[in-house]
Ligand binder design. Structure first.
Ligand code: ATP
Ligand code: MG
Length: 610
């Protein structure tokens, strides 16, 4: 019996983050911490009492793009830890950069998190509480904290040009040198900061910097920038501010105001941790924050083969029309994967299964595909579909059944292991659709599907092949017809009497091949999109190569196929296994009753492994 990967009783693979959380819970590190409900209004925020022994994590996307499969990793980790240890996980929009952020992204991110199976509304503690936050709600507090740092001599306004600042920053081998503005008094700095805030300085004329150590071996501690001047309209605060906090300054404060206990981020922030701690300790010393303070922990990013997860590059794919949009079924965005037909459970299983480690990981796409098949195998109803149709005509139909118009009713279970899903009904008739490649004029070695009688060198003829029409009966191939240009028009066969599936005669004739089919009269014409990987190389931008050079020209093929009539009932986003073809989903936007549109989610067998 497989475990539901999202149930809280399923065993969880242990990882170093779980170890840290368990140790903290045991030691009572966070007991007695302050927490005062919603920190939504940073202007008069005060940290109130926190429920003892409760962890708080957060997923902090910047609303500058759509979430992708890498974010799913972070969502599952953060929401998963909170779920498994009776804690709370916040969804926080890290919206400190007004230029690239949009409401469209905020809405899409919320929808994607819920689709993946998580929620920021938590009823831990008995009352359902929303834990949806915006960094921009703390702008007032962040500014007050900046003034406090200035007053304490821990920050200063620097008016060097960007080039001058860069030149004095030094590099890995050379310590930096102090800015000429570093020696201003707190009073001078405070006055200048207020002028920045009040719009008296042009964009880029000055920045606020922490006063730490220009000689530090950690470049992130060489007086990092805290605020910059930027006249830009913010999606939440409009034109109220013309100075905006830097991410590195804002993020630790957001965590502290929300009483986050474990601030989990990806490895590239490791070198930022000393500044994270410096800032929060400084603000606690100034009585602006209460201890204990949040702690940052880093884990390795998740990369998938054949996939790019850089938001910038995904944005390019959309902007340049290489794909149809953020939700193109070939995109690794959660919207794209949803449209493609991936189940949330399969993505969660992949993310949870990849654990958390201290190195970035590359996961074979086959792993995700395997999780998907595992999830769908047990639940997706079966159906027959013909995707590259050619006619099969059963020439002795009237002889056997009395009339060319006769229809033999057939049925099959909707799912072989789930009788409660009922039976599918369809009709076997004289004219059918079969797959073009289920027929060969001259059979290659080992070909057990339809081929006509073959002339032998000695002048004799061997009979055509016998195959079973799945759920129907056995037919013997007798010939084929072509048009003037030599294109195959139809395959001809005759019914072998008394071979109906499910009757005593069914096993009397042994056949080596079984093929799927759809009745011409009751089949549904459908548009079927066959998707494949977007890139032909496992690491599309390896070695600085432009990923555009390795786009797969066959990442999407659209065919007109035929579906068995039970699919008349298919609803948008319903998933099926098309027998012999793979898993398919009714497109969540384009599918309509009477005009079916299906997307191939994946094939039945792994085609990804190296
Ligand atoms: P950028 O900051 O370049 O726009 P990002 O991918 O870091 O892109 P964020 O919105 O900052 O985007 O990401 C939100 C969270 O998701 C962050 O905590 C980030 O570390 C995490 N995350 C992003 N990509 C991955 C990944 N591939 N694997 C694991 N976590 C990821
Ligand atoms: Mg980021």
């Amino acid at each position: 019996m497989a475990h539901d990967p999202n149930s809280s009783t399923a065993p969880k693979p242990s990882n170093f983050l779980r170890g840290i959380v368990e140790r903290d819970l045991e030691a009572g590190t966070w007991a007695g911490r302050h927490f005062g409900g919603s920190p939504g209004d940073g202007a008069h925020h005060a940290q109130g009492p926190l429920d003892p022994a409760r962890i708080r994590t957060r997923f902090p996307p910047e609303p500058n793009g759509y979430l992708h499969v890498g974010h799913a990793k972070s969502i599952c980790l953060n929401f998963g830890l909170a779920r498994d240890y009776g804690g709370v996980c916040h969804l926080r929009f890290d919206d400190t950069n007004p230029e690239k952020e949009e409401q469209e992204y905020v809405d899409a991110i919320k929808e994607a998190v819920q689709w993946l199976g998580f929620d920021w509304i938590s009823d831990v503690g008995g009352t359902p509480t929303s834990h949806l936050y915006y960094a921009s709600h703390y702008f007032d507090f962040m500014y007050r904290a900046a003034e406090a740092l200035v007053t304490a001599g821990l920050a200063y306004v620097d008016e060097q040009t960007a080039d001058e600042m860069r030149a004095r920053r030094g590099d890995f081998n050379t310590p930096g040198t102090d800015s000429p503005w570093r020696a201003r008094t707190p009073e001078q700095n405070l006055a200048r900061l207020r002028q920045m805030r009040d719009g008296l300085l042009p964009d880029g004329a000055a920045v606020l910097r922490a006063k730490i150590d220009m000689g530090s071996p950690n470049i992130n501690l060489r007086d990092p920038t805290l605020y910059r001047i930027k006249r830009a309209t913010h999606h939440n605060t409009g034109d109220r501010w013309c100075i905006y906090p830097m991410y590195t300054y804002a993020h630790p404060i957001e965590d502290a105001l929300e009483n986050i206990t474990h601030s989990i981020c990806t490895l590239e922030f490791e070198d930022q941790r000393p500044f994270y701690d410096w800032l929060l300790e400084s603000l606690a010393d100034l009585s602006l924050l209460a201890r204990p303070l949040p702690k940052q922990y880093e884990f390795g990013r998740l990369n998938l083969s054949y996939v790019i997860t850089s938001k910038r590059k995904l944005r390019e794919l959309v902007a340049e029309g290489i794909v149809d949009g953020w939700d193109d079924p070939r995109m690794p965005t959660l919207f794209g994967m949803r449209r493609r037909g991936y189940t949330p459970a399969s993505i969660r299983a992949m993310a949870d299964g990849s654990g958390a480690s201290k190195t970035n990981i590359w996961l074979d796409y086959a792993v995700l595909d395997g999780c998907l098949r595992h999830d769908l195998e047990g639940q997706a109803p079966r159906a027959m579909a013909v995707l590259d149709p050619v006619e099969l005509c059963l020439t002795n139909w009237a002889e056997i059944y009395g009339s060319d118009a006769h229809v033999e009713p057939c049925q099959a279970p909707a799912h072989p292991q789930q009788p409660e899903l009922g039976m599918r009904q369809f009709g076997l008739a004289r004219r059918l659709w079969i797959e073009r490649d289920d027929f060969a004029e001259v059979p290659p070695k080992g070909f057990f599907r339809l081929y006509p009688p073959q002339a032998k060198p000695d002048g004799s003829t061997t009979p055509g092949s016998k195959v079973r029409l799945k759920y129907g009966l056995v037919v013997e191939c007798t010939g084929f017809e072509k048009d003037a240009e030599g294109h195959l028009l139809r395959v001809l066969a005759s019914v072998v009497p008394d071979t109906r599936s499910g009757t005593p005669g069914a096993d009397a004739v042994k056949v080596k091949g079984t093929i799927t089919w759809v009745g011409m009269a009751d089949g549904l014409p459908a548009t079927v999109r066959l998707f494949d990987r977007l890139f032909t190389e496992p690491n599309p931008d390896a070695g600085g190569r432009d990923y555009r050079e390795v786009l797969n020209p066959r990442s999407r093929e659209v065919v007109q196929g035929w579906l068995e009539p039970s699919l008349k009932m298919a609803q948008r986003e319903q998933r099926y296994q098309f027998e012999r073809h793979g898993y398919f989903v009714a497109d969540r936007l384009d599918h309509a009753a009477g005009q079916p549109v299906f997307n191939r989610i994946t094939t039945l067998k792994d085609s990804w492994a190296a």
